[in-house]
Design a protein around this ligand. Structure first.
Ligand SMILES: [Zn+2]
Length: 318
């Protein structure tokens, strides 16, 4: 027996003992809001195309069946439909991803009359619906801007009827975060050509999202006594174009596999009674928890230097 083999046999039990137990089986559907883009360092055409290509390449490499939610107001430049920006949506569809409606101009259902909100929603399918149709797909998902679901039960019920009449299903969110604050900071650091700051912001993003997921997992356990299929909301921004790979690696390490929105919504958790008090920016999971008498935890803190870089943009909301 060689010395090397002896050493190996000696070390083997220790190696096995030191290995971490496998993570629990977890599932998440990943969605992107504010297409064709949010929080970019520049709206230069070539940069927008490169950013979109990077993000889509990462999603394809990880086989993420993502859905992207469009604000068609973002397709215009100087009040004119910009063919290049419509082309960005075509890239999503060509890459095999489904698009949904996020209203035309990102209105809040809590702060807008139902009539005005519904008109804005329909205006928001002018380009997207024919694009999806030409790919042989229906336009069927709706995501509430700001996650505002209406401030009264009457508005919520009336709006549900409107969505059903127009063939839309609601895309809920169970994992919400201040990802958009990191994205605003990242875009600003890049715009100022401060590569070091951009790196530090990007490196802080994934650990922050890990803390966000740990909280959502715990809240789901407290409420349902089991892990649930989550729905994560992110944005189509420069941060995710550069860091989605690292985010996906963290999620896979936690035991996640990437599932479609359809598959996530087969989880019976999504039939839970909703909270009706119109809390702003609250995820469905937090709403279910509050409805059940649980108090959702405070969100993990965003590091001070990230908030500083985000500046006024951090006050914008999502
Ligand atoms: Zn949005």
């Amino acid at each position: 027996m060689t010395r090397r083999l002896l050493l190996l046999l000696f070390l083997l039990p220790f190696t096995a003992a030191a290995a971490a137990p496998p993570p629990p089986a977890r599932a998440v559907a990943i969605t992107f809001d504010d297409l064709p883009f949010a929080a970019v360092p520049t709206e230069d055409d070539a940069q927008l195309e490169a950013m979109t290509a990077r993000l889509l390449r990462s999603l394809q490499a990880e086989r993420v069946p993502a859905v992207g939610f469009v604000n068609e107001a973002n397709l215009t430049r100087d009040d004119t439909l910009d063919p290049l920006r419509v082309g960005l949506l075509r890239s999503w569809i060509r890459a095999g991803f489904e698009l949904g409606n996020h209203t035309y101009s990102h209105l809040s259902l809590n702060r807008t009359s139902l009539d005005a909100f519904e008109a804005d929603l329909l205006r928001g399918e002018t380009v997207t619906r024919p694009l999806m149709q030409s790919a042989g797909k229906p336009l069927r998902w709706f995501r509430h801007p700001f996650l505002h679901q209406g401030a009264s039960p009457e508005v919520r019920t009336a709006f549900q009827d409107f969505l059903a009449a127009h063939g839309y299903a609601v895309a809920p969110v169970t994992v919400n975060s201040a990802e958009w604050v990191f994205a605003a900071a990242y875009a600003r650091a890049q715009a100022q050509r401060d590569a070091d700051a951009a790196h530090r912001i990007g490196d802080a993003y994934v650990p922050y999202m890990q803390a966000v997921f740990a909280q959502a997992e715990q809240l789901a356990l407290d409420l349902f006594g089991r892990p649930i299929s989550h729905v994560l909301v992110l944005h189509a921004n420069a941060l995710n174009a550069d860091y989605f790979d690292a985010l996906a690696a963290m999620l896979k390490q936690r035991g996640y596999r990437f599932i479609s929105l359809d598959d996530a919504l087969t989880d019976s958790a999504y039939a839970s009674p909703a909270a009706w008090n119109g809390v702003e920016g609250e995820s469905w999971l937090e709403g279910w928890a509050r409805q059940a008498g649980l108090r959702p935890p405070l969100a993990p803190p965003v590091p001070g230097f990230v908030r500083q870089w985000a500046g006024a943009a951090a006050l914008r909301g999502y």
